[in-house]
Ligand binder design. Structure first.
Ligand code: HEM
Length: 137
């Protein structure tokens, strides 16, 4: 998915690897502490693996080296999310933790607004169960 405000600048160069890793670590510490088992149980026991999948994808999507694809191939986000129940509630929960994490690790405001647009759009794109419980993809 292109044409987002994240594509107008090189956020990988602006933020750096360390801050991107910190963001995924902070985000997943919230996900794995989530009290709702319907949400939390989607995520694998291996939290370190989930953190790595995410930050490697972010690094490449934000203009850095293709860490994710050189290890796992095309990100194919919809197929890779198809087995999880991604309801509107779960999208909002995911976005809520990501927004908190961006603030906590100190992503600068301009970058945060760009990332927020990208996460919001991709979250909606990945929702696969509609408000009537029907499968979208
Ligand atoms: C909308 C709510 C979302 C939910 C509930 C969700 C859930 C999950 C789950 C359960 C995994 C498996 C963890 C793993 O094995 O790595 C995963 C992986 C992943 N997610 Fe999401 N996700 C959401 C949104 C997003 C968004 C917005 C992005 C990108 C901007 C994203 C990118 C990824 C990537 C790159 C992986 C690793 C895929 C793999 O290598 O198998 N996800 N997600």
């Amino acid at each position: 998915m292109n044409g987002f405000k994240i594509d107008e600048v090189n956020l990988y160069e602006q933020l750096g690897l360390e801050l991107i890793v910190k963001l995924s670590r902070c985000f997943y510490s919230k996900v794995y502490a989530d009290p709702n088992p319907e949400f939390r149980s989607m995520f694998p026991a291996d939290m370190e693996g989930a953190i790595r999948n995410q930050y490697e994808f972010f690094v490449q999507r934000l203009g850095g080296p293709p860490l994710y694809s050189s290890r796992k191939g095309h990100p194919a986000l919809r197929p890779r999310h198809a087995r999880f129940p991604i309801t509107r509630e779960n999208v909002e929960r995911w976005l809520g933790y990501m927004r908190q994490a961006m603030v906590e690790v100190g992503i600068p405001d301009d970058a945060r607004a760009r990332l927020d647009e990208f996460f919001t759009a991709s979250g909606s794109f990945l929702q696969n169960i509609d408000e009537h419980g029907r499968r979208i993809y």
